[in-house]
Design a protein around this ligand. Structure first.
Ligand SMILES: NC(=O)c1ccc[n+]([C@@H]2O[C@H](COP(=O)([O-])OP(=O)(O)OC[C@H]3O[C@@H](n4cnc5c(N)ncnc54)[C@H](OP(=O)(O)O)[C@@H]3O)[C@@H](O)[C@H]2O)c1
Ligand SMILES: *[C@@H]1O[C@H](CO)[C@@H](O)[C@H](O)[C@H]1NC(C)=O
Length: 322
């Protein structure tokens, strides 16, 4: 019997697609399958309206937590909230306005959280921007240093007393391995003399790494832990400022390879979910995780003096102590 060519082609395409899906799933790392629930726990996720943050929120909502979606655009946040509720069957999901590019907004957010919430068990500093053109936040911080690092530094510190009231609270900071490519440029932290979008992203993520180490030291004995998550290269809106992210044509041409190589937002969210719920991590702090496994930390992020120096500067710049 001779099969029609079209049938053979369709089956071949179908089989390759199936194989590609399996390969992609394999390349993207394992899902966090353990069935731990987080009933009664409250989780804050910044930048939860899209990408990795939205998927993290969805999975944690399915595990029964109360979710605070901290977003700068309440319209986008509301759309994500509806999607999260629809898919998780958990209505305990609320939107709260938070713009990490404004210390005033951060302080206002913290005040509402403290007034309205009984407890905060998990803070996921997920929001981020990558390689944007040079611009400045309300306090005139370079945008990436401000949104990715100084904003979360202020937010986390202002929430610490609330977190300490929880039995075992966790802070999770999202980083990128590009932090390894640089050293903290203390001479020009705010990129006044020189601005390179990629370098500023690396600086901001190295700052988060140093901050996490210093915070872990300061939190010893408090039952509050802080760990970093490297989500891996994931297809989200993070590339919106890259030339390729803007051009549909070039993005489209590369897409089959990119599609295979890049994680889905669901895959990118797995390490954050693992860090938020895994019972084995209660006493683990100051570590970095990739694909839900402990990863080594590069030398530039282990420098205790740099971490202290950065902390003191950040305290001043964000007026934390005043
Ligand atoms: N995707 C990757 O390959 C990758 C790799 C390594 C690390 N990461 C890190 O993973 C985290 C999540 O990124 P993603 O890939 O999910 O990116 P994404 O799709 O671009 O989502 C980023 C989120 O951050 C929010 N955000 C941006 N600026 C903000 C501000 N000023 N105040 C409050 N929220 C703000 C965005 O809100 P709007 O929608 O309103 O802009 C959005 O919700 C980031 O920290 C990123 O650096 C991602
Ligand atoms: C930390 O947790 C343990 C066990 O739950 C508890 O006995 C201890 O009092 C807690 N310490 C602080 C500082 O809250």
């Amino acid at each position: 019997m001779k099969l029609p060519t079209s049938f053979v082609v369709v089956s071949a395409v179908g089989a390759s697609y199936g194989a590609a899906l399996l390969l992609k799933d394999y390349l993207g790392g394992e899902r966090y399958k353990a069935e731990h629930e987080i009933l009664g726990k409250t989780v804050i996720i910044t930048g939860a309206n899209t990408g990795i943050g939205k998927e993290t929120a969805k999975q944690l909502a399915k595990r029964g937590g109360r979710l605070l979606l901290a977003c700068r655009d309440l319209k986008k946040c509301e759309i994500a909230r509806n999607e999260i509720i629809d898919e998780s069957f958990n209505k305990n999901v609320v939107c709260k306005e938070l713009d990490l590019a404004s210390c005033e907004s951060i302080r206002k957010f913290v005040k509402t959280v403290k007034d309205e919430e009984k407890r905060i068990d998990v803070l996921i500093n997920n929001a981020g921007v990558m390689s944007c053109p040079k611009q400045h936040t309300s306090e005139l911080f370079e945008w990436q240093f401000g949104v990715n690092y100084l904003g979360p530094f202020l937010l986390t510190n202002l929430l610490l007393d609330k977190l300490k009231q929880s039995q075992h609270a966790r802070i999770i900071n999202l980083i990128s391995p590009v932090y390894k490519r640089t050293e903290m440029n203390f001479e020009d932290l705010n990129s006044i003399n020189f601005y390179d979008p990629k370098e500023a992203y690396a600086q901001s993520k190295l700052a988060v790494m140093l901050f996490s180490q210093e915070l872990a030291r300061r939190l010893e004995g408090s039952n509050v832990t802080v760990n970093c998550a490297n989500p891996g290269v994931s297809k989200t809106e993070i590339g919106r400022h890259l030339p390729m992210g803007q051009s549909k044509v070039s993005g489209g041409m590369l897409s089959p390879i990119m599609w295979l190589a890049m994680k889905t937002p669901v895959q990118g969210a797995q390490t954050s979910i693992f860090l938020a719920v895994d019972p084995g991590l209660e006493k683990v702090s100051g570590k970095l995780f990739t694909n839900s496994k402990e990863d080594s930390i590069a030398k530039c992020a282990l420098d205790k003096d740099a971490a202290k120096r950065l902390w003191l500067i950040s305290e001043k710049w964000t007026r934390l102590s005043s």
